[in-house]
Design a protein around this ligand. Structure first.
Ligand code: MF3
Ligand code: CO
Length: 294
């Protein structure tokens, strides 16, 4: 097989553990993937595709992750520090039996990323950042439950925001919706990328190249890399069972970014313009996709 994984005989038990004969279970899907791989297409190895049991596990994890973001939505307001948000999220996640995936991930010191205005991503919660009227902030949250990862982020507009900030936030949301509409089983991940880019650039904004979405499930970040231009996005075939995030970072000005060398994490727009991001997690299904976390 293209992925060096198992290829049982047609009357043998399927490799997936269903107890069914291979010919009644994964044989035809495997043949389809094998042929695509022979043609030179990008096909994800089968061990990164998610089974029905995996999806159930991810959904339980995502229940916490969505609950966290709902809770943040109810409490967030001007005057709150990003450290307070971090504490809410740590407490909620742990009380519900989960672990914040961000905490200690590659040395990251907090349970969530809070990215305000010109911060593109990986804003580190602290006591000095007090949310003010007119700010836009992304809260990016990830949960581990029973070894399953969920990951999504939302934008929050604090008090009265300018029309231009509101347009940035809303356009970024529309871009994710357009990307989702382009998810078709046996289509291409790059179709999604082009759809996102079109909405973003059509509105006069730009999409960050260096950071993107990712496969997710048993690990926080798996293949593929989910970019939002044809050049940056891994051109995988969208095979049912693939689970990944769509999370474009959209800048009001130019797409260039810089990473703070002091903390090694915080990413900002080079030109100081505002940046917005929404993140959803989905699984490709036989007739489209299912959202798992948002
Ligand atoms: N949640 C981010 C993502 O969407 C990853 C954050 S990694 C951290 O992939 F270490 F900064 F938390
Ligand atoms: Co993510």
């Amino acid at each position: 097989m293209y992925d060096d994984g198992p290829r049982p005989g047609r009357n043998d038990d399927c490799w997936c553990g269903s107890g069914q004969k291979y010919k009644k279970c994964h044989m035809r899907k495997d043949e389809r993937m094998e042929l695509l791989a022979l043609k030179g297409e990008y096909v994800l190895p089968r061990n990164l595709m998610k089974s029905a049991a995996d999806i159930e596990g991810i959904k339980r994890s995502a229940e916490i992750n969505k609950g966290v973001l709902d809770m943040v939505g109810e409490r967030i307001r001007a005057g709150v520090t990003t450290n307070e948000i971090d504490q809410w999220i740590y407490d909620y996640t742990v009380e519900h039996g989960g672990v914040p995936a961000d905490l200690n991930y590659e040395g990251y010191p907090k349970s969530v990323c809070t990215s305000i205005n010109d911060v593109v991503c990986h804003g580190i919660p602290n006591d000095k950042d007090v949310l003010a009227d007119g700010d836009i902030v992304n809260v990016d949250c990830s949960t581990i439950l029973d070894g399953y990862f969920s990951d999504s982020s939302r934008m929050f507009m604090i008090g009265e925001v300018s029309d231009e900030r509101r347009r940035l936030v809303e356009t970024t949301h529309e871009a994710v919706e357009a990307g989702l509409a382009a998810i078709k089983p046996w289509g291409r991940l790059t179709d999604m990328a082009r759809a996102v880019q079109q909405v973003v650039e059509g509105a006069g904004f730009s999409v960050v190249r260096e950071y993107g979405g990712h496969g997710i499930g048993h690990e926080f970040h798996e293949d593929p890399f989910v970019g939002y231009t044809e050049e940056m996005c891994d051109p995988y075939v969208l095979v049912p069972g693939m689970c990944f995030t769509i999370e474009p970072m959209v800048n009001a000005g130019k797409s260039d970014i810089w990473i703070d060398r002091g903390d090694g994490w915080v990413v900002r727009t080079k030109d100081g313009s505002d940046s917005a991001q929404w993140e959803v997690q989905l699984v490709v299904t036989d007739d489209g996709y299912e959202l798992l976390s948002w």
